[in-house]
Design a protein around this ligand. Structure first.
Ligand code: NAP
Length: 271
């Protein structure tokens, strides 16, 4: 199992994955190391999870698994700093990139060597064990991948995917929490408009979102079938469905996913 696990970039996603790693390592001697541009963030995370904060360079020299959690536009600058450190290493290490739109090949080029890479596409729900992480690899052993999956198991669903599909998956589940939060907020606002207290309206809407996802996964039924089960002839729900269809809600979600994908493609040109 990985013994020294480092996180460069302690923002939203890096923190969520560090929380997962911490859960897996509850009875382990493995160490967690943290680095961040503003070191206070790394120090706060180290204090919260039990670990040590340090510079990118020191961390890059020590870890056998190194998570890269900076925004795509800062990746080159960060890798320029640590590439000389990685080049001097003679021991084996694995780079794990969560950076949207950066291929394993591009990452290896920027990092300065054909190092083993695990590329993942996580989402923020990983922090609460209900996330999705798509995985593809380059140059890793089966053991390294298996141990990585064990480490990240507390995140939720882990799924291997060919690299050519990772950006599409990113637009669905990486960006998805933001899209569904709009639905959540809108439904809660509707409840508030009808007189429900804000906290209750939000709780009811969130639990409904969670439950509907669980229902779809556990029954394996098509969403259209699940919808039909709730819409009795001449009833109330079908009138709500009519209102949503009048506002092209399904087309809007489809467009959102495709727009996110197109933005990934555009950003690739800058990384
Ligand atoms: N958020 C998501 O839902 C999500 C989903 C899938 C994939 N991702 C990917 O995850 C990565 C991180 O996203 P995020 O949402 O966590 O962003 P974020 O909250 O902005 O976190 C990025 C962190 O990287 C730090 N950083 C920037 N440059 C650095 C450098 N040279 N050295 C060390 N640390 C540096 C930033 O520090 P400062 O704050 O001090 O500037 C910040 O704490 C991105 O590549 C994104 O594409 C995110």
């Amino acid at each position: 199992m990985y013994q020294t696990i480092g996180f460069i970039g302690c923002g939203n996603m890096g923190t969520a994955l560090a929380v997962c790693a911490k859960k897996s390592l509850a009875n382990s001697e493995a160490k967690l190391l943290f680095a961040n541009r503003h070191i206070e963030k790394a120090e706060a995370l180290a204090a919260r999870l039990g670990g040590v904060a340090m510079t990118n360079e020191v961390l890059a020299a020590r870890c056998d698994l190194l998570f890269l959690g900076v925004k795509p536009q800062f990746l080159k600058e960060m890798l320029d700093d640590i590439a000389p450190v990685l080049a001097k290493r003679t021991d084996r290490f694995v780079l794990c990139s969560m950076v949207t739109g950066v291929t394993t090949e591009r990452l290896q080029t920027l990092a300065g060597g054909e190092y083993p890479v695990i590329r993942i596409m996580p989402n923020t729900a990983s922090a609460v064990g209900a996330g999705v992480i798509q995985i593809c690899t380059s140059g890793t052993t089966e053991t390294e991948l298996a141990e990585f999956k064990t480490l990240m198991a507390p995140a939720g669903l882990l799924d291997e995917l060919p690299e050519r599909l990772i950006d599409a998956a990113s637009a669905v589940s990486g960006c998805g929490p933001a899209f569904l939060c709009l639905a959540l907020e809108g439904m809660a606002d509707g409840g508030v408009a009808l007189g429900l207290p804000r906290d209750k309206a939000l709780r009811y809407a969130a639990q409904t979102l969670l439950g509907t996802g669980k229902l779809a996964i556990e029954t394996g039924l098509h969403p259209g079938v699940l919808k039909d089960q709730v819409t009795s002839p001449g009833g109330t729900t079908i009138q709500g469905v009519r209102a949503l269809e009048n506002n092209c809600v399904r087309a809007a979600f489809m467009e959102a996913v495709i727009a996110a994908y197109e933005r990934t493609e555009a950003l690739k040109k800058n990384t």
